[in-house]
Write a protein that binds this ligand. Structure first.
Ligand code: BTN
Length: 254
């Protein structure tokens, strides 16, 4: 994988997209956040491996060579701060639909930002604010790594496309399909078509109907996933009634 092969696979009606490729960097989200304010709507930062990849809630994101780690910097989007939390779900739908299109099965979305395959984490999404009100949309997909590449603590919850298929995959194809779908879904969202994206998200939702626990501060609250509301919040029925969760950590009760 290099800048040239990435650019070549990115065909189709994509708006002008500037790509920056790095064999190694600390974190593509960090790069995107440090980028200057220029007149380009979409700018992409891709790395073969990250030495300091991170996820939500201050967690480390393992980024060995062979996986995909990239951040799309989206400027001039016109999305208000209030709408911003929905972007995680828009991105999750794009990643899931792209992988389905390439012919993967068993995919689902674990609210608010994980893509699962056979119930195990395949991809993570981290959206941060960047300079000038831009969004840094970071995506990590476990492609060609093996379960041994993960720490013993997380190994049981992770999955990679290589483990699923029993062979390695060309990352360019996945990068290209995900980028295409991502830009398409972001523009669909920008035009106000959240209801359709939400429908897709609901039908892919992993937590709906499951016994789960949601962390609130230092305690875990038990309940049942009741789906995603019109604003993209997680609905959980608990012993205190129906709760709407805006952000946080969720785990499935076993
Ligand atoms: C999570 O699971 O909490 C989100 C993980 C997001 C990882 C991606 S990899 C590309 C980008 N760079 C980072 O440092 N993080 C995101």
């Amino acid at each position: 994988m290099n800048e040239e092969t990435l650019r070549r696979t990115l065909t189709g009606d994509l708006p002008a997209l500037r790509i920056h490729y790095f064999a190694e960097t600390i974190s593509t989200n960090r790069l995107a956040k440090a980028a200057g304010v220029v007149d380009v709507s979409f700018e992409m930062f891709v790395a073969d491996r990250q030495t300091g990849g991170y996820g939500r809630l201050g967690r480390t994101w393992d980024s060995p060579s062979g996986n995909l780690a990239f951040t799309l910097l989206w400027r001039e989007h016109g999305i208000s701060q209030r709408e911003a939390p929905k972007l995680s779900l828009v991105t999750a739908v794009a990643v899931t639909k792209a992988l389905q299109k390439i012919a993967f099965e068993g995919l689902s979305i674990k609210w608010p930002n994980d893509v699962l395959i056979d119930g195990r984490k395949l991809a993570g999404i981290l959206i941060e604010q960047a300079a000038g009100g831009a969004f840094a949309i970071g995506i990590g997909i476990n492609v060609n790594s093996t379960l041994n590449d993960f720490s013993p603590e997380t190994r049981g919850e992770r999955m990679t496309l290589r483990e699923k298929l029993g062979r390695q995959l060309p990352r360019e194809e996945i990068f290209s399909e995900v980028t295409r779908l991502l830009v398409q879904k972001l523009e669909q969202f920008q035009k106000g078509d959240w209801p359709n994206i939400l429908d897709q998200c609901r039908s892919l939702s992993f937590l709906t109907g499951r016994e789960i626990e949601v962390r609130e501060g230092t305690r875990w609250i038990a309940g049942k996933g009741e789906g995603i509301d019109d604003d993209g919040l997680l609905l959980v029925s608990t012993s205190d009634g129906l709760r709407q969760i805006a952000s946080g950590d969720v785990r499935v009760r076993t």
